[in-house]
Design a protein around this ligand. Sequence first.
Ligand code: PLP
Length: 370
Amino acid sequence: MKKSELQTPAILVDLDILEYNIKRYQDLCKKHNKQLWPMVKTHKSIEIVKMQQKAGATGFLCGTLDECEGICQAGIKNIMYAYPVASEASIQRVIALCKKCNFFIRLDNLDSAKLLNTAAESQGIKINYTVIINCGLNRFGVQPERVVDFANSLKQFKSLMFKGISTHPGHVYAASKHEDIPKYVEDEKGAIKTAVNALTAAGFTLELITSGATPTFFGSISDKNINIFHPGNYVFNDAIQMSTGIAKESECALSIYTTIISHPLPDRFICDAGAKCLGLDQGAHGNASLKGFGHVKKHPEITVSSLSEEVGILHINGSTSLKVGDKIEIIPNHACSSANLTSNLIGCRGENIEKIIAVDMRGNSTVKVK
Ligand SMILES: Cc1ncc(COP(=O)(O)O)c(C=O)c1O
C-alpha cells in the first residue's frame, strides 16, 4: 500500500528515521561505554521496545506501571519505574513485578518507602531502589546536598535495597535556543557529581547512576559519573526538539498525515487533523521559539495556527503551491503526546506502508474488572 492511499488523518512513523535515531543514540552510548535504558513513555509500544533492545538497550525506564508490566511480559529483564508509588493497588503491582524481573523503583520520600517496605516484608521479598535527585526540574527528588541524610534514613527499611541515584533534567525544555542547553547539562552533571561524591564519602556503593533527557544527551554522555542514560523522545524527535536544534526535520520520525479540506480565506487552509492527533502541547515549560501547533514538512510558508478537536487551521504566510485536496505531513510539537493519541502508528518507508506498530501500553490498557 502507498502512503497516498491512506485515510487521513493518520499518524505516520518513518521507519528509516526511527531506525536511524535508535542506532544513533545507541552508538553514542556504546562509544562512551554507557548503558542505554530508554524511557518507554514516548512510544508505549512493545514493538519499538524490541527494536531498541535489538540495537543494544540493556534495560528500560517506564513512566507507568502499565508499561512496566507490558515490557516485563515481553521478556525485558531490567525495568525501572520512574516514580514512587503510594496506593495499595500500585504497591501490589510493584511487588508482582519484583517477583518477575530485575525491577527498580525510584524513591524520594519516606512515606512511600515505608508503605513499600511493609508490603515487601510481608511477602518476604526485597525491592531495589534508586534515590531521585532534583537537578533543577523541581518535580520529584531530594536536593543533592541532602541525599546522604535521606539515604541514611532509608536504611531503617530492611526490605528496600539501595542501588544508586537517578535524575531527570526535564527543565531543559524551558530552553528556547541551542545555546541555552549547556546550562541544563551542567545542572544535570553537577547535581549527580555532588550526590555521588557525598554518598561515596558516606560509604554507599552506587551501582546505578542514571539520568537523561533527549536535549541534554549529547552534552552529558561523556560524564564520568552517569552510567545509564534514559532519553525517550529521541526515537521520534519533534518540533520541540527542532526548536532548539536538537533535531533536524529529516530526523523527525513521527508526523501527522493530513488532507487540506478547505480554503475559507486567501491566507487560510483547514486540514482534517486537529488536537486529537497533534495535541495542544506548546512545550512543557513554555518554549517561546515554538510557533503554533506543529511543523509542516517541506512547507515553511504554512503555520499551524490553531486546532479544534478534529481539524486544524493553517495560516499561509505569503504564497503557496498547496491547494484543497493536497496532503501534507505535520511534525507535532510533542511526539510523545501524539503517539499516545492513537492505537496504531503507521510505519512507512518512503512512500510505502510497511507495517502497523501497535501502541499497546497506553493508560488502562491492562485494567481488569474482577
Ligand atoms: C523521569 C524521566 N526520565 C527520562 C525522560 C525522557 O526524556 P526525553 O523525552 O526528553 O528524552 C522523561 C520524560 O519525560 C522522564 O520523565
